[in-house]
Design a protein around this ligand. Sequence first.
Ligand code: PSU
Ligand code: MN
Length: 306
Amino acid sequence: MNTTQGMDISAEVQVALETGQPVVALESTIISHGMPYPQNFETAHSVENIIHEEGAVPATIAILEGRIKIGLSLNELEQFSQIRTQVKVGRRDLPLVLTQKQSGGTTVAATMICARLAGIAVFVTGGIGGVHRENEKTMDISADLKELAQTNVAVVCAGIKSILDIPRTLEYLETHGVPVIGFQTAEFPAFYTRSSGSLVQSRLDTPQEIARCMKIKWDMGLDGGLVIGNPVPPESAMDESRIQEAISEALKEANENKIEGKEVTPFLLERINQLTEGESLKSNIALVCNNAHLGAKIAVAFQTQP
Ligand code: PSU
Ligand code: MN
């Protein structure tokens, strides 16, 4: 274990970073707040295996008892997956959970910050946060978007769920200069389904082109992240009307129960899983694994950029 800037970097990740091997960061809110046990652990473990198979090193990022961990042991991963009392750690929570020596799952925003500190350029997740529906009333815009505007990490995701306002999320990203790339698609994917009706900025068809785009952006001094939308595999996509029904019901319940702030997203995810009787969870697992394949390929390609 190597300790840099208050972080504990696992030996495997440290060696990979020092010797210029490709490394892929993974978030942990998906483990602590996005999926139930044991599927959260099984998925996190499969994702790490996929990244290894693709020739890169996985670095799951989480906060354990007040320490930032970059790369978890299998034992740590399993224990982390079992506890259900962790804090959901975004940008603003990081200093507090470290001060109070708590454990927590890092969101896309916090994982980007930690990945950047460790020197990891590629990050794989399921879905990013976004602009919430009716945000004109609630002002609920995920801190993930602000992070994408400023932190140099490429984020591979299956788009965003239509619990969010997809067109407004894309507008926000455009305003803040964040490239939005569709991998082999011209449409921004909607997480459980392959299409959203909204276009991406540009379609790129190979990991090499995506890696090249990252390199050009950062070499130019254009700070900030990139969003790479990778649609759920067709055989794992959900039926459009079934998922829309579950989303509407979950949104209605969130309203009725006055769910606010950081609780909104975990509440909606859990209710959608329950309302679809686990079907959405299956789709979620498949898309994360699919993203791991692509993210590792991008990391490999990025490492060999001239
Ligand atoms: N969307 C998903 N699954 C998730 C999340 C979002 O489909 O697990 C998690 C991610 O960690 C993301 C966070 O960064 O929720 C966003 O939360 P909020 O909307 O409170 O910013
Ligand atoms: Mn929010």
